[in-house]
Write a protein of this length. Structure first.
Length: 153
């Protein structure tokens, strides 16, 4: 059961990323603006560094959105690798999960090339990696700790 739930979560996050990447530039920009405006009006911006809300606030929102959604993808990919390949070492599971996330991030950038108003920016893959690498490591660490806890009981 865990195998299928983790796979469904990973594929669901990939579908969400694909859907968001398929939005034309104007729609995507409007979404980023509304998120940034909501943060500023809600007071959430007060919790952040003043430099974060610079003249380029919308670009910051977009980059952090990449980090967070790819962290979720990394966590789901790490769990999927762990549940489907339990005989593999954690490092091999992490490597496979990272390869899957990297390949998906690269394909997502290629996909954006064909979307009006969007651009294929390979630098975004680096931003995505800032999310999926910690997501994978966190998921595998939690699974490792849970496994040790079960052994000690």
């Amino acid at each position: 059961m865990k195998k299928w739930v983790s796979l469904a979560a990973m594929l669901g996050i990939m579908a969400l990323i694909f859907f968001l990447s398929a939005q034309p530039g104007e729609s995507s920009g409007a979404l980023s603006e509304s998120v940034a405006d909501s943060m500023q009006h809600s007071g959430a911006a007060d919790l952040l560094l003043p430099a974060w809300f610079s003249a380029n606030v919308y670009a910051n929102v977009r980059k952090w959105a990449h980090v967070y959604i790819y962290a979720a993808l990394g966590a789901a990919a790490g769990m999927t690798a762990s549940f489907w390949l339990p005989d593999w070492t954690r490092s091999r599971q992490a490597g496979l999960a990272a390869a899957v996330c990297f390949a998906f991030a690269a394909s997502d950038e290629c996909h954006q090339f064909f979307v009006p108003g969007r651009a294929m920016l390979f630098s975004d893959i680096g931003v995505d990696a800032l999310g999926f690498v910690p997501g994978i490591l966190a998921a595998l660490l939690v699974l490792c700790l849970l496994q040790r806890r079960r052994k000690n009981q």
